[in-house]
Ligand binder design. Structure first.
Ligand code: ADP
Ligand code: MG
Length: 225
């Protein structure tokens, strides 16, 4: 059975959407069928880029119905890998309703794998610690988004007990590559998939996109089971 990947981070602007897009692109290249669950109802950017290419549903995680629908959608799309793009303020909802998803996992016969995206600020690590307590059933990995600096600059995380704990549980601490702003903007503004951008952008932009895409592929190969 296919896994459920939850792209989290608790905060806005850390890179959850770009990681979700990159993950979907990776899975499509691996010839997986993908179901996107877009939970960012105020800014459904991943949905806008990918809804014409893959199965996609928008769900409201602030309401219990959204969590029931998530479980039902996972059941209906048995041969699809599920990618959940989470929204900035989902942490409270995860605390309130997350146990439902955890209880459903054995029935769905799926594993929950979290990719927790962080910038260099302390609250990212605090939110991660809460998440680990609330969703212990998830195998959780951390993506240090290099858009915010090199690995050494993620001091708070690198020195944290949380990092040790993640790694004790078999989770990984990885670097998510930076894409040139101009190309990232091409994706967002034109609502393009990464595949389409790799065909249509001017050659200079395309080269940058392909570099980033292959760096991301290397990273995902470490965590995608
Ligand atoms: N690794 C990256 N490379 C290039 N741009 C990035 C990267 N990470 C984040 N960004 C940019 O930062 C902004 C916020 O990223 P986004 O993925 O929308 O964050 P979130 O979904 O967590 O709110 C976007 O404009 C995005 O292009
Ligand atoms: Mg987002």
């Amino acid at each position: 059975m296919e896994n459920i990947y939850l792209v989290g981070g608790g905060k806005g602007g850390v890179g959850k959407s770009i990681v979700s897009m990159s993950l979907i692109d990776f899975l499509i290249q691996q010839r997986e069928k993908v179901l996107l669950v877009e939970t960012d109802t105020s800014n459904p950017d991943v949905m806008k880029c990918y809804q014409s290419e893959i199965a996609a549903v928008a769900l409201n995680f602030d309401h219990v119905d959204g969590w029931m629908d998530l479980i039902n959608q996972c059941d209906h799309h048995k041969n699809h890998v599920v990618v959940i793009n989470s929204a900035a303020r989902n942490d409270h909802a995860v605390q309130t309703y997350g146990d439902r998803l955890q209880q459903a996992l054995p029935l769905l016969k799926r594993k929950l794998i979290t990719l927790w995206v962080i910038n260099r600020q302390r609250d990212c690590v605090e939110l991660l610690r809460n998440y680990l307590e609330q969703i212990p059933e998830s195998k959780t990995n951390v993506l240090m988004n290099s858009y915010f600096g090199d690995k050494e600059k993620f001091e708070t995380y690198n020195k944290s007990q949380t990092k040790k704990y993640i790694e004790q549980l078999g989770g990984k601490s990885l670097i998510f590559p930076e894409l040139a702003d101009r190309v990232a903007d091409d994706l967002y503004i034109n609502r393009m998939t990464i595949e389409k951008a790799s065909e249509d952008l001017p050659i200079g932009n395309r080269i940058e996109l392909l570099r980033w895409r292959s760096a991301a592929k290397k990273m995902f190969e470490e965590v995608i089971e």
